[in-house]
Ligand binder design. Structure first.
Ligand code: SF4
Ligand code: SF4
Length: 433
């Protein structure tokens, strides 16, 4: 018997205790300092309990369990819902200080009706037997011109005809102008980006002319909730705006948004992807961002009313009283996510859509798939990435984002490491209180 290769063991932040988590066996424990010392010294007291919980294993038996759980994961994913992104244009009315799409050429074209029809024909054919929904993406999908409004209406009609839900990723500026169209749709959620309270948000997410956008977005968010349309508010965080999080949280609480079951939030890390940020010293490393957020929540616990960070699987464990299933792959691209744009090209996901060289085929004017590249995407998981295959946190990490890994190493089957143990140190500390 030996310690499982999947044990994740580390000291809890601001505590003398330790945590021991094993995603393969589905167990998690907090170890008092004396028990933790025995664990470190290989002198654990209750051997049977450690065996029962899969912390102490027979290597061959564990390998069998690993293979079984892998097959379960693949089965489950094959039955999962697919998110299909449709980008009708890359045009945008904003000039955000950190936009990675600002270098895209072809920015001013509009989508032709024939492309929307071809998109739905492709969806009908390729995803006939999958559960699915459509997310309208950009650029900015809500641009207030008659032609662009007509295109969005056509996409929504296509979804309605197939009884498909839609979601929209928008900067939120023209929500009020699109509310009547939205009322006709089966809306899963409208994702709106708000980077802070007015002054902070407006200094980052301004109109092309420089004018602020916060007040119109806030009005739009309230209007969506009044019309029972779910909102997912996303704050893109870097060193310039992280300290505004408590203020934005308070604003949302005072507006009554956080009381609505239709209101949820996400924090996104501002990161470097396809080209250099003009000022990348403001970017956080993943762990730095969560350390900062942890400190902020300690000081302003009301932030949790606005957003509860995941801290890897820590939030899940404390909310559900159990562990999530092993994550053999955290990248949904080409498995449960695809992206399509107005030029008729097909991509893996939102991180690659529109990026020259990343296309995986076309759905218009004709269907043409780059099968070899698609296969490479489909095969990427922690078994296929050599660095991941012996990593102890792999079933909580899942190998990270393929697009980030590729942009860093040039290789799709390479790791995008997540600081899982460090995130758990923070998350267990926060949610155990
Ligand atoms: S490549 Fe990255 S952004 Fe795209 S689906 Fe995978 S994890 Fe998500
Ligand atoms: S990406 Fe890095 S941290 Fe994640 S499983 Fe692979 S090697 Fe481990």
């Amino acid at each position: 018997m030996e310690y499982s290769k999947h044990n994740i063991f580390s000291k809890i932040s601001n505590s003398e205790s330790y945590y021991l988590v094993n995603v393969l066996s589905g167990n998690a424990d907090i170890l008092e300092p004396s028990e933790a010392k025995k664990y470190i010294d290989n002198k654990i007291s209750n051997t049977q309990e450690y065996i029962d919980k899969g912390y102490l294993v027979d290597e061959k038996e564990e390998e069998k369990l690993y293979k079984k759980k892998y097959l379960d994961f693949i089965d489950e994913r094959d039955n999962d819902e697919v998110q299909l992104f449709f980008t009708p244009w890359y045009t945008c009315n904003f000039n955000c200080s950190y936009c990675f799409q600002d270098e895209y050429t072809n920015a001013n074209d509009n989508v032709e009706d024939a492309v929307i029809d071809a998109f739905f024909n492709y969806v009908d054919k390729q995803f006939a037997h999958r559960k699915k929904y459509i997310t309208i993406f950009g650029g900015e999908p809500f641009l207030n011109t008659p032609a662009k409004k007509a295109s969005i209406k056509k996409v929504i009609e296509g979804a309605n005809a197939r009884k498909l839900d839609i979601a929209v990723v928008t900067n939120g500026y023209h929500i009020t102008d699109f509310i009547d169209i939205l009322k006709t749709a089966r809306v899963r959620e409208i994702q709106v980006t708000v980077d802070g309270t007015q002054q902070v948000h407006d200094s980052r997410r301004m109109l092309k002319g420089g004018e602020g956008s916060f007040n119109r977005i806030a009005e739009g968010v309230s209007l969506l909730l009044e019309n029972n349309i779910p909102v997912n508010m996303r704050m893109i965080v870097d060193k310039d705006n992280v300290n505004n999080l408590p203020y934005l949280a308070r604003f949302a609480i005072e507006k009554g948004w956080t009381n609505s079951p239709l209101f949820k939030t996400a924090l996104g890390r501002n990161y470097e992807l396809h080209h250099c940020q003009t000022n990348n010293t403001r970017l956080f490393k993943r762990i730095e961002m969560y350390q900062e957020i942890y400190e902020i929540i300690k000081k302003y616990p009301e932030v949790l009313e606005f957003h509860k960070p995941a801290f890897s699987i820590a939030k899940f464990i404390f909310e559900n009283g159990e562990l999530p299933s092993p994550l053999f792959d955290s990248c949904s691209g080409t498995k449960t996510e695809w992206a399509f744009d107005y030029s008729g090209r097909i991509y893996s996901c939102t991180a690659t859509v529109g990026n020259i060289g990343d296309e995986l085929g076309t759905f218009y004017p004709e269907i043409n798939l780059k099968e070899d590249l698609i296969e490479e995407w489909e095969e990427r998981d922690v078994l296929a990435i050599s660095e991941c295959s012996s990593c102890s946190v792999r079933l909580a990490c899942g190998g990270g984002c393929a697009a980030i890994a590729k942009s860093r190493t040039g290789k799709l089957h390479s790791p995008d490491c997540r600081p899982i143990a460090e995130l758990l140190e923070l998350g267990v500390s926060l949610y155990n209180e």
